[in-house]
Design a binder for this molecule. Structure first.
Ligand code: TRP
Length: 811
């Protein structure tokens, strides 16, 4: 009896079996077990010993093989591998004395051909922070990296679109937490989509020991420390799972600096640090490994956002052919089932089917299949693979990158310079806005980051055509600069279909400042232009959760803010204002709960950057800002209608809420909200931040007197002028960073006058003092007008706007 024993925990039963043989009574004085051959690899992971003393001082952390070899058990060192293509094997063969390749690895065509759609058979891909985050550690030893998880699933999806079979791809990672996250993301993005489906396996490296697959996506998770992959044995296991393709997602610098791993790193370093794709090349390919593809130019992926964007686009542009081949496979499958099934009674009774019968039966069957597919599609929203950030090709350069892929590389060379998105230090979240540049936030980059669309001149022209109104100065001058689905709203306006406006305000103490006013001034204008209902949400609950204040204070602040908002000039017959703490009613709450159900913690964290230390209310809040996007939250206004979309005018920092709202909308069977986004009114001190009510000197308040406004602007408004009059006359001023000029851009209505000021200031013909005086005049005009109206707003006016009532529209 000869038994062989592979080193693998799963094969432990074989070990037991061998002991049984060993324990049987010897026959003729000889044991029935003649020889016991064990096959294994002592360069891979040893047993896990959790007790430190046993592990370190008793040398228990070594493999059974290493022990046997040390004890002098005879052994043969196998020195040829037959799993991986030789290029991949070279990543770990240095760990073995002499590790060559079996002849078939050199000979089989399988190993000679390149991986379709990939520039290289393996790469170490640097994954930069995603939404400002790298590794996270929600609890001890539980590491996750959402950027890598999204990247990995997007890469897998890309391979599926090219035609790679799902079962030939495994995704492995060095941490349990990450394996869970990967499963989560895959479940959400791929599981319900029959065109993509789940990968062969998602596992940790340790659990995957002893297994292999053709293609491995490996996520190394850590971004601060190297972590336990420093153990070369674990690295060898991780790198030796793949037969044909190995794509490692990691923070390269962490690994590049780890001395223990040098030989493998050196090989990786010969390849580019960013993933190189050939999206025009379907699977499988006959292209030889070293051959350059002649079909088109490669595409370099910059980061997770780029990857997810690209894959979404790629998916959309291949949707038809994916569907077609899916239908084909489904038809073949059903055909084979039919052939297996016994003939039905009627068939037997009537004998052979006539040609005509056969044709009509086939037609019926086709129809049924189609219906089945349609039904499935109704449940699976194909277009909704991902969060909104993937939804639209954002701006020019991004557009370019994606069309190059989507058009299947029609020979156009992508402009590599344009493809790079340099890192910027801008921070824009709903709770903080800062920039390192005096010219302020780079809004073009923000468009790319958030995945919304630039509000182009053509769209502004269309706006004018559809509404018949000259666009508001803030629209003409690009203060409102980005949007989502604005054209769909213009379509509705054109077709006379109903929709509504929604905006909001987190209450602050004292009066509003000029920055708060911007979206409201614009919203008021939209109300006039569109003549539709307007919903205004006051998030006193948000302020209660984020600030150190009492419920009553929050409510009181909301009430005072409402008075300021009313002073902008809204029409009570067309406007419903509410504060969350008072309004939260069953239909509204139902929508909140529905949103909660379809967004999990990982997603909320990724969108909003919440940390485990944040209170529960913060994580719950986004659903409350999302609920007014759905008409059913306001039955007194919209009756039973649930199909009305809204348009939300707001500052761009609110985008995360509405990205989420748009993502969940189809699953709640509601239309997605459309958006129109403004830039921020800069703080007096400069465009590095926006006005902030808690720092009074950064803002002009609506309650400031003419004298205060004059003093503030003269004293604080950052100037783009030169230090001396002589120098200013000679060199001219810089409007881009000059806050007085920026205020004029927002509030001065006369385009020609504004342009004249710009030219004269740039040439040095207007001095800083003169420019400031003009800004003072304009700002004072706007503020005094508001103060005039504010005098007529009483508690009774607030009651009028907040009363639960129907508006001047019927549905
Ligand atoms: N979160 C916003 C703030 O703090 C308030 C808000 C709620 C809002 N809903 C909105 C803003 C819709 C714009 C649009 O100011």
């Amino acid at each position: 009896m000869i038994t062989s024993l592979w080193k693998s925990r799963r094969k432990f039963s074989k070990l037991k079996l061998s002991f049984h043989f060993l324990l049987q009574n010897p026959q003729d004085g000889r044991n029935r077990l003649k020889r016991w051959i064990m096959i294994g690899d002592h360069h891979q992971l040893p047993p896990v010993v959790q007790n430190q003393a046993f592990q370190k001082y008793s040398n228990m952390e070594q493999s059974l093989f290493a022990r046997f070899v040390r004890l002098g058990v005879p052994y043969v060192m196998l020195d040829k591998q037959g799993r991986a293509r030789s290029e991949i094997a070279s990543l770990y063969s240095w760990r073995y004395k002499t590790l060559g390749n079996l002849p078939h690895v050199e000979a089989l065509p399988l190993f000679q051909h390149a991986n379709a759609g990939f520039g290289f058979p393996f790469q170490l891909i640097n994954v930069p922070d995603f939404n400002g985050m790298g590794e996270t550690q929600p609890s001890p030893y539980f590491y996750q990296n959402l950027g890598e998880a999204e990247y990995a699933i997007a890469l897998y999806t890309y391979m599926r679109i090219l035609g790679y079979p799902a079962e030939k791809i495994s995704i492995i990672t060095t941490y349990n937490g990450q394996a869970q996250l990967l499963r989560d993301v895959a479940e959400r993005r791929c599981a319900n989509n029959p065109l993509i489906g789940l990968p062969g396996k998602i596992s940790t490296v340790d659990k995957y020991q002893g297994q292999q697959n053709d293609f491995i996506i490996l996520s190394l998770v850590r971004t601060k420390n190297i972590g336990h992959i420093r153990d070369v044995r674990r690295l060898v296991v991780a790198l030796s799972r793949a037969r044909l393709g190995l794509y490692v997602l990691a923070r390269s610098e962490i690994f590049m600096n780890c001395f223990e791993l040098t030989p493998a790193i050196k090989i990786f370093a010969q390849y580019p640090p960013k993933l190189i794709l050939l999206p025009f090349e379907p699977y499988p390919t006959e292209r030889k490994l070293k051959e350059r593809s002649t079909l088109g130019e490669p595409l370099q992926i910059e980061d997770t956002v780029h990857m997810t964007h690209f894959v979404h686009e790629f998916y959309m542009s291949n949707l038809d052919s994916l569907r077609a081949s899916y239908e084909e496979v489904l038809a073949e499958y059903q055909q084979s089932i039919r052939q297996l099934a016994p003939p039905s009674q009627t068939d037997e009774g009537l004998g052979a089917e006539t040609e005509a019968e056969k044709r009509s039966r086939e037609a019926l069957e086709k129809q049924r299949q189609k219906e089945e597919l349609d039904k499935k599609e109704a449940d699976i929203v194909f277009e909704d693979m991902d969060f909104e950030r993937m939804e639209e090709p954002p701006n020019e350069s991004q557009n370019k990158r994606m069309t190059t892929a989507a058009e299947k590389m029609n020979g156009e060379t992508p402009d590599c310079e344009k493809m790079t998105l340099e890192d910027s230090d801008d921070v824009v979240t709903p709770w903080s806005v800062t920039s390192s540049s005096a010219a302020g936030v780079d809004y073009d980059k923000l468009i790319v980051k958030f995945g919304c669309r630039k509000l182009t001149e053509e769209l502004v022209e269309r706006f004018e055509k559809v509404t018949g109104h000259k666009p508001h100065p803030m629209l003409r001058r690009g203060m409102f600069f980005a949007h989502r689905d604005l054209s769909a709203i213009l379509d509705r306006k054109e077709q006379g279909k109903p929709f509504y406006l929604y905006t909001g305000r987190g209450a602050s103490s004292g009066s509003l400042h000029l920055g708060h006013l911007v979206p409201f001034i614009f919203t008021k204008w939209l109300q006039d232009v569109f003549d539709v209902p307007l919903i205004i949400q006051m998030t006193d609950d948000e302020k209660f959760l984020w600030k150190d204040i009492k419920i009553d204070e929050a409510k009181k602040m909301a009430r005072e803010n409402i008075k300021d908002i009313i002073s902008v000039g809204f029409d009570p017959a067309k406007t419903f204002i509410f504060n969350n703490l008072d309004y939260m009613c069953p239909p509204f709450y139902e929508n909140v709960v529905k949103v909660w159900k379809v967004v999990n913690n990982n997603q909320a964290r990724a969108i909003f950057g919440f940390t485990p230390e944040d209170n529960l209310g913060k994580a719950a809040f986004p659903a409350i800002e999302a609920a007014p996007c759905f008409a059913s939250s306001f039955p007194h206004v919209f009756g039973k209608r649930t199909d009305l979309p809204c348009l939300i005018p707001c500052a761009i920092d609110q985008d995360p809420f509405f990205r989420m709202a748009r993502d969940v909308a189809p699953r709640l069977k509601y239309p997605k909200p459309a958006l129109i986004y403004s830039t921020f009114l800069p703080a007096l001190q400069g465009a590095q931040t926006k006005m902030n009510a808690s720092e009074p000197n950064t803002c002009v308040f609506l309650s400031d007197t003419a004298k205060q406004i004059k003093n503030k602007i003269n004293k604080y408004a950052f100037s783009g002028g030169q230090p001396t009059v002589e120098e200013h006359r000679e060199k001219g001023g810089n409007c881009e960073v000059d806050i007085s000029y920026q205020f004029l851009r927002f509030f001065l209505e006369d385009d020609e006058k504004l342009e004249e000021i710009r030219q004269k200031y740039t040439k040095g013909e207007i001095l800083t003092g003169e420019l400031k005086a003009m800004a003072v005049a304009e700002v004072t005009r706007v503020v005094l007008l508001m103060q005039e109206r504010r005098k007529t707003v009483t508690d009774a006016t607030v009651e009028e706007f907040t009363a639960i009532r129907s508006l001047a529209y019927s549905y």
